[in-house]
Design a protein around this ligand. Structure first.
Ligand code: GDP
Length: 196
């Protein structure tokens, strides 16, 4: 969890409005509703700074957040939003692709996958793109609380087994629960800690 202050500093709808890449960046990608905003809020302990929504596809811009002038966290628009018009989908995807394959200073993309649903076509498309552009990425399985632990393990294994890719394919499992008293519980663990 990052303790530095998180400040929003730019939103870009087109690549020409990306801010200068002065800081190292970590970007978060995934299908709409995968739990991306929840993760960003939890990581920065700033519940509400990054908008969460039950409406998939709300984030239509690439949002850049500055963490204590040391690191940028980048919220990429969710893809695979079933109700979006085709041209809107295409423009979001183009923007994400352009960011991922050209951004100087991008250190890693955390690709969020819903544990229950697993990897879909658009996730693989993004992985292929990152492979081609040699972008470092890792898989983060989200919402592990809504499936049985055995299914979480199966999903992690399934992703590892079908992995014919080369980047840092480290799988993290995460889950958030808001308890009755309003406290936020966050779990994050690695299925194979001995591998680092
Ligand atoms: P985004 O569209 O990827 O930014 O997804 P959000 O962060 O807005 O989350 C989508 C929905 O999933 C919201 O209703 C969240 O409360 C819920 N959600 C996010 N993370 C978790 C989790 O770890 N467990 C459960 N049960 N629900 C989650």
């Amino acid at each position: 969890v990052f303790k530095n202050n998180l400040t929003f500093f730019a939103a870009a709808k087109v690549s020409s409005s990306f801010p200068p890449a002065d800081l190292p960046e970590i970007a978060f990608a995934g299908r709409s509703n995968v739990g991306k905003s929840s993760l960003l809020n939890a990581l920065t302990r700033r519940w509400g700074v990054v908008r969460t929504s039950d409406k998939p596809g709300l984030t239509q811009t690439i949002n850049f957040f500055n963490l204590g002038s040391k690191l940028s966290l980048v919220d990429l628009p969710g893809y695979g939003f079933a109700y979006a018009k085709e041209e809107v989908k295409d423009s979001w995807e183009e923007l994400v692709k352009e960011y991922v394959s050209t951004r100087v200073g991008l250190k890693r993309v955390c690709l969020l996958i819903d544990t229950k649903w697993g990897m879909k076509l658009r996730d693989y498309e993004l992985i292929n793109l990152m492979e081609r552009s040699q972008t470092k990425y890792q898989i983060v399985l989200t919402k592990t609380d809504v499936v049985f632990p055995i299914d979480v393990a199966r999903r992690a294994m399934q992703i590892e087994e079908t992995d014919e890719y080369h980047c840092s394919f480290l799988i993290l499992l995460i889950s958030f629960l808001i308890e009755d008293d309003g406290k936020l519980q966050v779990w994050c663990w690695h299925p194979k800690p001995e591998n680092g």
